[in-house]
Design a protein around this ligand. Structure first.
Ligand code: G3P
Length: 225
């Protein structure tokens, strides 16, 4: 399973990278807009933080396939071949995907709300498919189940693709898909923090320290004994 950060805030990315095992960073136009900074400037900083091998996900905006392909070429020229182009799973997007596949440009299918959108993207050669789990939940459907359906269809049909499950609002949604064996999840910094935010965890760690200090002295650790 790959674990990515779904954000473009450089300070937050630096912080999460310092503590957690991260494989890449995903962005979308709304996430980039939140930074208020020139997009390529931000994306280059993110690229330098994750290194040339880290997967960086950047979305196109053009409404037509030809424009999407043009954007994809510019993005990969600016940010390297480990940058995956996020293509919305709409008809023009599928047309663009087929062209990108021919040209050897890596891409993923995004804005996925239905299982068939994801399956079509996988069939077009998308390396990943990004179902929006929480947004689907908010529509009154089951986002985890839609994601599982796509994962199952990819597996059953032997397609060379997998999920980059996205739009999570809590740990449980992430856990449900990770234990299902999806290819990747992308998670915002606040959801990352939620993985280990629990008063019982803090209390347990504090108690170990207090007990040990009672034995060895204040501030002492195993390195001092
Ligand atoms: O990048 C797509 C997805 O992660 C969006 O998440 O939080 O806007 O639903 P969110």
């Amino acid at each position: 399973m790959k674990l990515c950060i779904d954000d473009a805030n450089v300070e937050q990315i630096r912080r999460i990278l310092e503590y957690y095992p991260v494989d890449g960073v995903s962005t979308n136009p709304s996430i980039l807009a939140k930074t208020g900074r020139p997009p390529y400037e931000v994306l280059r900083e993110i690229r330098s933080l994750i290194g040339p091998e880290g997967e960086l996900f950047v979305q196109v905006l053009s409404p037509k396939a030809e424009g999407m392909v043009k954007e994809a070429k510019k993005i990969t020229a600016e940010l390297g071949r480990t940058t995956l182009i996020k293509i919305p799973c709409v008809p023009e997007g599928f047309k663009a995907m087929k062209q990108l596949k021919k040209e050897g440009i890596r891409f993923i299918g995004t804005a996925v709300y239905t299982a068939m959108q994801g399956i079509l993207a996988a069939k077009c050669g998308a390396e990943y498919v990004a179902p929006y789990v929480n947004r689907i939940d908010n529509m009154g459907y089951d986002g985890v189940q839609v994601a599982r359906d796509i994962h199952d269809a990819i597996t059953a049909n032997g397609l060379d693709s997998g999920l980059l499950a996205a739009s999570f609002k809590n740990s449980q949604q992430v856990l449900e898909l990770v234990r299902y064996g999806v290819k990747a999840v992308t998670v915002s910094p606040d959801v990352f923090d939620g993985f280990v935010k629990n008063a019982a965890i803090d209390a347990a760690v504090r108690q170990f320290t207090e007990d040990f200090e009672g034995l060895a002295g204040e501030g002492k650790t195993m390195a001092d004994c």
